[in-house]
Write a protein that binds this ligand. Structure first.
Ligand SMILES: [Zn+2]
Ligand SMILES: [Zn+2]
Length: 148
């Protein structure tokens, strides 16, 4: 975790068609990156998410949720197909696709997980901690989460 201060102003993001709007306060000024094969299938390449507090979602009717594993749900807009968020079910915590928001300049990368599943054709230039899938899962298990 970083000691960077959260953003003071709430951020509102929207899907491609505008049917779903998501407002998040105290947004952490770094994105989390996941290179796992599931995220690649879902979004075409890596997942980049932001997180914060006091989330409100409008346009619930347009939101579809896909249970992608025993421990996670992924939401998308039924009208335009934009991916919206990833929810880690053991904690209920959600992260939201960074691209939904007009993020202010200066965002960093908190970490890159499942780096061992990243394809060869891209690399992210910004220096950031990198963890393999095994290391990521071991860390979550050490924190008390199970993945069965
Ligand atoms: Zn939409
Ligand atoms: Zn992933």
């Amino acid at each position: 975790m970083s000691a960077l201060a959260p953003l003071t102003d709430p951020l509102t993001g929207t899907c491609l068609c505008g049917a779903v709007q998501i407002t998040v306060t105290a947004v952490h000024p770094e994105v989390d990156i996941c290179h796992c094969t599931m995220c690649q299938r879902w979004g075409g390449a890596f997942y980049a998410g932001v997180k914060g507090a006091d989330v409100s979602v409008s346009g619930d009717d347009a939101v579809a949720v896909y249970r992608s594993s025993a421990w996670a749900e992924r939401a998308f807009c039924k009208q335009c197909g934009s991916n919206l968020w990833y929810c880690f079910l053991p904690t209920g915590s959600r992260s939201f696709l960074a691209g939904l928001f007009d993020l202010p300049p200066g965002f960093g990368i908190e970490q890159q997980i499942f780096i061992d599943e990243k394809p060869d054709w891209y690399d992210l230039a910004q220096t950031s901690p990198m963890k393999t899938g095994a290391a990521t899962i071991a860390e979550a298990k050490a924190a008390g989460f199970t993945f069965e």
